[in-house]
Design a binder for this molecule. Structure first.
Ligand SMILES: Cc1cc2nc3c(=O)[nH]c(=O)nc-3n(C[C@H](O)[C@H](O)[C@H](O)COP(=O)(O)OP(=O)(O)OC[C@H]3O[C@@H](n4cnc5c(N)ncnc54)[C@H](O)[C@@H]3O)c2cc1C
Length: 523
């Protein structure tokens, strides 16, 4: 701490701009190494790209075509690490890749999958196998006669927005100061440290903190943050590539996912989603628009319907679409011509000339590799942070995320235990809670003896007790935070029900202790 302009300014080891997966992943790792951490997010956690992904923890089969072996290997290894760390929000998923007569030959698919099976230290996930689509249930929803052969391989699925929040929760438990709805507006090097000025987006309240190192994990805003906030010039370029998804009522009954090849060389996934739906995506196109409000265009929706219609017997139109979401990949610009060919690997750029305090900017990166990216980021920052930064290296690969303190094959046992403890819960409700909170479900339900003890039910089993918990423990402030990021209950609530959630949250906010919105202030 020091005085600046008559104000007491707190000093941190690491200040992070951006509460997406990369910012929160770095915050967690740094806090667990004993470093003091400050993180500001201008909106809600995961409100940027990190809630708009396809939600796969995958090596990226198609990146093999671009010879991205380093990335694929690291990503493949992370699948089981993250599954073990968070078995409530990560689950294994089998992918069905139909052989398409006019597209990639079977030998090429087989070779790719052989590499995929062997590059990444697979221990728990089952290996690739061939399928006869005439007899396997995966063939039934597809166009009869067109697809007879497929390959089936393993990757994992993750609730992306919850992964971000759980990293933030763990970082906060380990002492990090996490500020949501708090924008970084200026950063300058002063007296051998970074001076960072933030502004609360609702109250306009400004605050200054100091930090030995600054991390720019602003995702699609990374270049803007460098030029407008830190006023630093950089040679590294960012390529914004939009990707959209559509959600339709479910097109098939089994629990496997399809990976469809398209004639334009792209691939599209059709994934079982939230029990009653199918998630289809994604597109890949350069993006030049506003970053605050990215939406799926009519062309993208039509494109995704048409790819699905090339494979599924049941034909869909844009009228079947119940929800869309869209995000931009903040890719490192490697000069590739096609958006789909731009590298998915990450680049960490450090600006620290003449012994100045360091600024590290994150370009690119995947949900899948966020944990390794955080380790690499701290390695790069360690010369500026002293011995602390190197302590406890690799700990995030060993410690579960909050709620994930159980073996990967015990999800059903967790649900049974929760019902034993709270017999008034319907199984579907208990299953939803275990999938969201894992072992933290009991913290949320507390001493409840009956459904009435959970307070008002806003629809789809969302209760007052759960909203309170999300506001208290997970920085939720609006209905969108609860219905579209902490959960996907937005798919099930009517507009009126969502408005009731908003009104209840606004009332609770009015009664809550004054901000600034750190978790401790809400507790
Ligand atoms: C369509 C699509 C599909 C994808 N699918 C997958 C997938 O299946 N698997 C996978 O591993 N990866 C996938 N990805 C990639 C992955 O989602 C991204 O690489 C990752 O989410 C990027 O995270 P981030 O933290 O860098 O950025 P973001 O999540 O965008 O976070 C940056 C944050 O910084 C905040 N911010 C910006 N400026 C400021 C400021 N001045 N002050 C405070 N806060 C600020 C923003 O509000 C934002 O929340 C996909 C990406 C897209 C677009």
């Amino acid at each position: 701490m020091h005085w600046s302009g008559g104000e007491l300014v707190r000093t941190f080891d690491v200040a992070i701009i951006g509460g997406g997966i990369n910012g929160c992943g770095i915050a967690r790792d740094a806090a667990g190494r004993g470093l003091s951490v400050f993180l500001c997010e201008q909106a809600d956690l995961a409100s940027g790209t990190s809630s708009a992904s396809t939600k796969l923890i995958h090596g990226g089969l198609r990146y093999l075509e671009y010879y991205e072996f380093r990335l694929v290997r690291e990503a493949l290894q992370e699948r089981e690490v993250l599954w073990r760390a968070a078995p409530h929000i990560v689950s294994p998923l089998r992918f069905v890749l139909p052989h398409h007569k006019g597209l990639r030959p079977a030998w090429l698919l087989r070779l790719g999958l052989f590499l995929y099976d062997h590059l990444g230290g697979r221990k728990l996930l089952p290996a690739t196998r061939s399928l006869n689509l005439r007899t396997d249930a995966a063939g039934a929803p597809l166009k009869a006669g067109d697809f007879t052969k497929a390959f089936e391989y393993s990757d994992c699925w993750v609730d992306d927005a919850r992964l971000v929040v759980l990293n933030a929760v763990d970082a906060a438990r380990r002492g990090a100061d996490i500020r949501t709805r708090t924008r970084a507006v200026a950063a300058e090097r002063r007296n051998g440290a970074w001076s960072l000025t933030t502004e609360h987006v609702d109250s306009g309240e400004r605050e200054e903190i100091a930090a030995k190192t600054l991390v720019n994990a602003a995702g699609p805003w990374v270049a803007r943050t460098l030029s407008d906030v830190a006023k630093v010039e950089t040679k590294a370029g960012i390529r914004l590539v939009q990707g959209s998804h559509i959600v339709v009522p479910k097109l098939f009954d089994h629990d496997r996912c399809y990976i469809f090849q398209n004639t334009d060389g792209r691939i599209v996934f059709a994934i079982p989603y939230e029990q009653d739906f199918t998630l289809i995506g994604t597109t890949d196109q350069d993006y030049q628009g506003e970053l605050g409000n990215i939406r799926a265009s009519a062309e993208e929706i039509a494109y995704l319907c048409s790819v699905a219609n090339g494979y599924f017997a049941k034909q869909i139109t844009p009228k079947d679409v119940v929800w869309t979401y869209s995000g931009v990949r903040p890719l490192y610009d490697d000069g590739a011509s096609a958006a789909q060919a731009a590298t998915r690997d990450y680049v960490l750029a450090v600006d620290a000339e003449d012994d100045q305090p360091a600024l590290l900017s994150v370009f690119g990166g995947k949900i899948t590799t966020y944990r390794r990216l955080a380790e690499h980021a701290l390695e790069k920052l360690s010369p500026f942070l002293g011995a602390h930064a190197s302590q406890n290296r690799g700990w995030t690969g060993r410690e579960p995320l909050p709620g994930g303190e159980f073996p990967v094959d015990h999800v059903a046992a967790q649900i049974d235990q929760l019902i034993n403890r709270y017999p008034f819960l319907a199984r579907a409700h208990a299953a939803r809670l275990v999938r969201m909170y894992g072992t933290r479900s009991k913290d949320m339900l507390g001493a409840a003896q009956s459904a009435a003890d959970l307070g008002r039910d806003f629809g789809a089993t969302l209760t007052e007790a759960e909203i309170d918990y999300l506001m208290r423990e997970e920085w939720a402030e609006t209905s969108a935070d609860v219905l579209w990021r902490r959960s996907k209950l937005g798919l099930r609530l009517s507009v009126e029900q969502a408005a009731a959630v908003d009104a209840a949250m606004a009332a609770r906010r009015r009664n809550a202790a004054p901000r600034p919105g750190s978790m401790s202030a809400l507790a």
